[in-house]
Design a protein around this ligand. Structure first.
Ligand code: DOR
Length: 444
């Protein structure tokens, strides 16, 4: 058990008081001071009396509520050669995250109480972020038989999000049953929208480049047809549907319609679908292989607009570490997925903040408040105000940095941003008043 964990979870451990000097909440107004005691914000303003608290000179850093990632692959149990809960938690904290949702496609699959409780406990032991396991919708992610959602919901891990991510719950009857069942558990079903009959053997976006390279295409309609169906099922059942990694303009149009009809549907977009497009295929480098695939430039543009508009609710990383033997190989043999936790904020700054599509207050909404709301987390995504938990991310908006895969905290190094200079840097992250990242370094 490490020191951070003890401080965060042992009610008898006295929290260190911290005095953050010169922060700018939501990047607005002149710098103010913020005092933290007992894990909570106890004072905020221009004349805060620190009274012996440890001072951190924040020199104009933008303060945001700690980020919440609804879509992370931590690979433990089963593929600890690519990522562990410990390394993934460090990557998350360094990216400004204070809570992550760990997808169920581990080995063994998180389709039962034993596995979800293991993930939850290990996350607490590491103590850098709150790790919430996502439970599988179907046994073994096979799409045939509902997993025991109720047992996972009632377990110590208190699972409230279920997903077969990596695979689509393709059978409409199983999806309908999952949605119906989830309402009684106050849970949300997160769908990886991919009609498998339309993507058999697919390797890349079904466009001109894939055709030229002889790669089997993954058409937009394979995503859109499932999203349309599931929005109708959500409306029919009154259940909560969350659409994972929206990748096409057409999906955004369907979501806009479904929301206008009162369907309880939310959606996420990944940083890579906001920045990268299928022109990347020309390199033939499998680091660019991801599911759903990188789409067209027009799609990235439409997704940025949909996120700004709120039709797409939030950003989620789909952080997908892969060991070198699964990535540094020919395109068709490579696994889909890319790292995302430590680069997410910078990509959002570049694609959304710098072009004027989002303010810092909006960044708080799409990276913290909305994801916390969708997942039902009550202690994350809170306002920066007296009495609230000191669960915060402090960002240098003017810093730039160059991405180097081998310098990231993940075990795997499959970042598509290798060598790219990106804006915005997380300097400190606080989870309930404890620094999990201090001056850009994760606590151990
Ligand atoms: O690119 C992806 N990688 N998409 C998924 O849906 C699964 C993920 C993974 O687990 O590697």
């Amino acid at each position: 058990m490490n020191a951070t964990f003890q401080a965060l979870n042992d009610p008898n451990v006295a929290f260190k008081a911290l005095h953050l000097r010169g922060i700018r909440p939501y990047g607005e107004g002149p710098p103010v001071d913020l005092l933290i005691r007992g894990g909570r914000i106890t004072a905020l303003g221009s004349d805060v009396d620190g009274d012996g608290a440890e001072v951190i000179d924040a020199g104009g850093l933008v303060a945001l509520p700690g980020f919440v990632d609804l879509h992370t692959h931590l690979r433990e149990p089963g593929r600890e050669d690519a990522e562990t809960i410990e390394t993934g938690s460090a990557a998350a904290a360094l990216g400004g995250y204070t809570a992550v949702f760990a997808m169920a496609n581990t080995d063994p699959v998180a389709d039962n109480a034993v596995v979800v409780e293991h993930v939850w406990r290990r996350g607490r032991e590491v103590g850098l972020v709150d790790v919430h396991p996502v439970g599988a919708v179907t046994v073994g992610l096979r799409g045939e038989q509902l997993a025991e959602l109720g047992t996972m919901a009632r377990s110590a891990a208190q699972v409230r999000m279920f997903s077969d991510d990596g695979f689509c719950v393709a059978d409409p009857l199983i999806m309908r049953r999952a949605l119906e069942y989830s309402t009684a558990l106050n849970a949300v079903i997160a769908q990886h929208a991919e009609e498998p009959r339309l993507t058999a053997g697919a390797q890349a976006h079904d466009g001109e480049l894939a055709a030229r390279l002889g790669l089997a295409g993954w058409p937009a309609v394979a995503e859109e047809s499932i999203v349309a169906r599931d929005c109708l099922l959500a409306r029919h059942t009154g259940a909560r549907l969350h659409v994972c990694h929206v990748s096409t303009e057409g999906t955004a149009d369907i979501l806009r319609w479904a929301k206008s009809q009162g369907a309880t549907v939310s959606a996420e977009v990944t940083p890579h679908h906001l920045l990268l497009d299928d022109e990347r295929l020309a390199t033939y480098d499998p680091v660019n292989k991801v599911n759903p695939p990188l789409r067209t430039g027009a799609d990235t543009k439409a997704l940025r607009a949909a996120l700004a508009e709120g039709v797409v609710d939030c950003v989620a990383t789909d952080h997908a570490p892969h060991a070198p033997q699964d990535k540094d190989c020919e395109w068709s043999a490579a696994r889909p997925g890319m790292l995302g936790l430590q680069t997410a904020l910078s990509v959002v700054v570049r694609t959304m903040v710098h072009p004027g599509l989002l303010t810092w207050r909006d960044v708080a909404r799409v990276m913290s408040e909305r994801p916390a709301e969708i997942a039902g987390l009550r202690a994350h995504g809170r306002p920066i105000a007296v009495g609230e938990p000191a669960t915060l991310t402090l960002v240098d908006p003017d810093a730039t940095w160059t991405v180097r895969g081998d310098e990231l905290a993940s075990i795997a190094d499959n970042t598509p941003y290798e060598g790219m200079e990106l804006p915005g840097r997380v300097i400190h992250t606080l989870l309930r008043g404890t620094l999990t990242v201090h001056n850009g370094k994760a606590s151990t």
